[in-house]
Design a protein around this ligand. Structure first.
Ligand code: CDT
Length: 304
């Protein structure tokens, strides 16, 4: 019998700053119910799915910044989502801003089909700057978030090995490699990707290529399923790309979101395809040469 897991990607449209948590959680609940109605067993929501992508602004008021963070997960606003997971027997990965005792993190929590917390991941590759620049659109994630300190954990989800990554992580080959080496069969990714970067406006037409290219390569080169959810559309004046997708271990896009609003896509992921792809090209144990790759772990970039 084929091993399979039905994956759902719950893309959201913009979540404006004016939206209350209750309003936003209502939207996420509706998406989860839709996903479960389509047969999903595990869903992924975007990065920072409870709030607007506030690092586009330079904020200085501590209370104003703290309002974007969750002190507990589940918390008073989000418990309904975990209850729904249990009711629908459909777990999820949810991106949120985590206020923890050891720092502030851009985090995703993995909820099980019983509504319990399985584990969490904290974004390793935090992009942008910690210094506001005069007059230009900024990306100040490094001002508000500490770099993730949990590595790339992989969790058991109903007998399937599941890992997570967040937005900029998806551009780095090490993300998928670490997930594969830790045993992942499925990688769940959420993202908020501006259509135009102030520092590279000429690349605007490449944003979707550079969205799918690394995820397809990561899935193929590591023989994983990738399910990735965008927060899309015009959010508080900034255009975010869509392109949410489910990518097979062959590198093929198995399902693709059409629009820039709330949308669910579903695909029954054949987990046996992983072994088939490994047999064709990527018998890691037989062919990988970790002894020849030392620089990958020891150097950040090319020598000076
Ligand atoms: N959220 C996030 O990580 N966004 C980045 C874009 C900003 S890079 C300055 C991304 O890689 O999509």
């Amino acid at each position: 019998m084929t091993r399979a897991l039905t994956l759902a990607v719950c893309q959201t449209g913009p979540i404006q700053r004016a939206a209350s948590r209750a309003e936003t959680v209502d939207r996420l609940l509706h998406l989860l119910e839709t996903a479960a109605g389509m047969g999903a067993e595990l869903a992924v929501f975007p990065e920072m799915a409870l709030t607007t992508f506030f690092p586009r602004w330079h904020l200085t008021d501590a209370d104003e910044i703290a309002a974007f963070f969750e002190a507990a997960m589940p918390g008073p606003d989000t418990a309904r989502l975990f209850d729904a997971a249990a009711r629908l027997r459909c777990g999820f990965a949810l991106g949120y801003c985590e206020a923890a005792s050891d720092g502030r993190f851009n985090t995703a929590v993995l909820a099980g089909p019983d509504g319990g917390v399985i584990g969490k991941y904290r974004k390793v590759h935090v992009p942008g700057s910690d210094k506001p620049q005069d007059g230009t659109t900024v990306h100040l994630e490094r001002l508000y978030f500490d770099p993730g300190n949990l590595g790339f954990p992989v969790f058991d989800y109903q007998g399937v090995r599941v890992g997570m990554a967040i937005c900029n992580d998806r551009r780095w080959p090490e993300t998928y490699r670490m997930l594969m080496l830790n045993g992942a069969e499925v990688a769940l990714i959420g993202y908020n990707t501006p259509l135009v970067l102030a520092e590279a406006p000429a690349f605007a037409h490449l944003r979707m290529l550079h969205n799918h290219l690394p995820m397809q390569a990561g899935a193929y080169q590591n023989t994983l399923w990738v399910a990735a959810a965008a927060k899309a559309g015009l959010e508080d004046g900034q255009a975010l790309i869509g392109g949410s997708c489910i990518v097979a271990p062959t590198g093929e896009i198995a399902a693709l979101a059409m629009g820039l609003g709330d949308e669910v896509i579903v695909h029954r992921a054949d987990l046996d395809l992983i072994a088939a792809c490994r047999r064709v090209n990527f018998d890691f144990a037989a062919y990988r040469r970790p002894d020849q790759y030392r620089a990958i772990a020891e150097q950040a970039g090319p020598p000076d």
